[in-house]
Design a protein around this ligand. Structure first.
Ligand SMILES: Cc1cc2nc3c(=O)[nH]c(=O)nc-3n(C[C@H](O)[C@H](O)[C@H](O)COP(=O)(O)OP(=O)(O)OC[C@H]3O[C@@H](n4cnc5c(N)ncnc54)[C@H](O)[C@@H]3O)c2cc1C
Length: 460
């Protein structure tokens, strides 16, 4: 170990940092991890986990409504925000303790402090203490970013604060079109708030398949979410009746709360990265190679701070691969293709692989199979909703290269489809798979008619 205090110093105890620390320690490395807020990071403390708990809470209202068509009289239902938040907080505290215990069991030393890099082998804690480390891993994640400041910015909350509101807003305006904005729009809508979603582009969920974007926008509208596109919030003023929000088209909306979910920025500022010579990209992410090594040979970075694919399972995989590479003697790259992903809106979105547009750009020939249909449950409930499913197929190899689902349990479904796609399943394999009846998912193995053919097949 030479003159080093530890073999590995990890900055940030989130998804990527915790996994890397634990696995490196398992290989016998002496590991120290610094966390300035709470062990577990964004996902556990103010991301995926608390969000999914709110999503569950928000979905009961549909169940109560739909029950009538099936003969149930549910009676008057009430919802208590304070109970939900208190129960959620208890679960998050339990998880934080579990993460802490796991690290301690692996002999990882946890320091509850901000850490910065003083030089390529020295980390400085908030107390001023200096730790000499053979290897440094930066896993500091990202934070909400609101863009150009506006008048009345102080009335805007981000997803961080949304988890700790004292009261549920009766009327909320959410600005943003990404998955976090859409998910919170569905959460508040399901819990009974009046929701307005404001987005500067033409369609929400930029980067997703066009059909998915259109389908979800329609579904959100059917549920009473006001989706206003081609607009941004210009300024916000506090008035007697709440917050007076002026939009770029001069429309004015009165709400109780404004939330922006307009993007996230890697946490690179003030870390001492420039001083150490670590290269940062134009988009503010730490530049790394396929093994998560930065421009400095003993400094690595994983997770959202590298701005590759900003999802928890990816950060975990990158952290694990880093530890295998540096401490396990097993150089491991992470495959960032075919990462399945979900939007926990209502209805849910599940996606893996290429969108139609990406496939057309990348491949010579592309076949599209798609369908939209009324789910069986909606027949008796009378709910106005449709499921959407699409398979994108490489016309040359017959391999399924993309799957897009909007509907109940889309996230659960796409996780399983992702296995088939990762294995290189062809459309013929999907067709040869027996259906499970009656399910919505059987559509995935029974779609026979090409909706569109691009490339050679189209020219023939
Ligand atoms: C509202 C929301 C919902 C999300 N939902 C999902 C989802 O459903 N599925 C999914 O896969 N992903 C989801 N994500 C994304 C996911 O949370 C992140 O991709 C993931 O947490 C990234 O892990 P990480 O280790 O890179 O960083 P983080 O988990 O953010 O951890 C970084 C840690 O570093 C700490 N830190 C920062 N700087 C310092 C410093 N100088 N010293 C000490 N500590 C420091 C921070 O306090 C933080 O705890 C969601 C994110 C948000 C905000």
């Amino acid at each position: 170990m030479g003159d080093h205090d530890v073999d590995l110093f990890v900055i940030g105890a989130g998804s990527g940092g915790v996994r890397a620390a634990r696995v490196a320690a398992g290989y016998g490395a002496r590991v120290m991890i610094a966390e300035e807020y709470r062990v577990g990071g964004t996902c556990v403390i103010r991301g995926c986990v608390p969000k999914k708990l709110l999503v569950y809470a928000s979905r009961f209202s549909d169940e109560f409504e739909d029950a009538a068509g099936y003969g149930w009289s549910v009676g008057k239902v009430t919802f208590d925000w304070a109970t939900l938040i208190a129960n959620k907080d208890r679960e998050i505290a339990r998880l934080e303790a579990a993460y802490t215990t796991t690290l301690e069991r692996h002999n990882v030393e946890i320091v509850k402090s901000r850490a910065t890099i003083e030089d390529v082998h020295t980390v400085r804690l908030a107390t001023g203490a200096r730790i000499r480390a053979e290897t440094i891993l930066v896993a500091t994640g990202a934070r909400p970013h609101h863009g150009t400041p506006i008048a009345g910015e102080k009335y805007v909350i981000s997803s961080n604060e949304a988890f700790h509101l004292k009261k549920m807003p009766r009327r909320i305006l959410i600005q943003g079109g990404g998955y976090i904005a859409v998910e919170f729009a569905s959460i508040f809508n399901g819990l009974g708030s009046e929701v307005t979603l404001v987005y500067r582009g033409e369609k929400i969920l930029r980067g997703f398949d066009e059909d998915v974007r259109e389908h979800l926008m329609r579904e959100l509208g059917l549920r009473g979410i006001k989706v206003l596109t081609h607009k941004i919030v210009k300024c916000i003023e506090k008035v007697d009746r709440g917050l007076d929000v002026a939009l770029s088209d001069n429309a004015q909306i009165i709400v109780d709360l404004t939330m922006f979910a307009t993007g996230r920025r890697p946490n690179v500022e003030g870390l001492g990265l420039e001083r150490a010579g670590v290269k940062i990209s134009e988009r503010n992410g730490i530049v790394v190679d396929a093994y998560s090594k930065t421009s400095i040979p003993n400094i690595y970075a994983v997770g959202d701070v590298t701005d590759r694919v900003n999802l928890t399972p990816v950060a975990i995989r990158e952290g694990h691969a880093f530890a295998d590479t540096v401490f396990g003697g097993k150089p491991t790259r992470v495959d960032h293709s075919n990462v399945p992903t979900a939007v926990f809106s209502e209805p849910e979105v599940g996606v893996v692989g290429l969108s139609e547009a990406q496939a057309v750009e990348k491949l010579d020939t592309v076949d599209i199979y798609k369908n939209s249909f009324r789910p069986m449950k909606a027949t008796l409930s009378g709910r106005d909703t449709r499921v959407f499913m699409k398979l994108v197929v490489d016309g040359n190899t017959n391999k399924v290269v993309g799957c897009h689902i909007v509907g109940p349990d889309a996230a659960e479904l796409v996780q399983v489809v992702a296995i088939a796609i990762t294995m290189g399943a062809t459309k013929a394999d999907f067709d040869a798979t027996m259906a499970v009846h009656p399910t919505a998912a059987e559509e995935l193995v029974t779609m026979r008619e090409k909706a569109i053919s691009y490339g050679r097949a189209a020219a023939e």
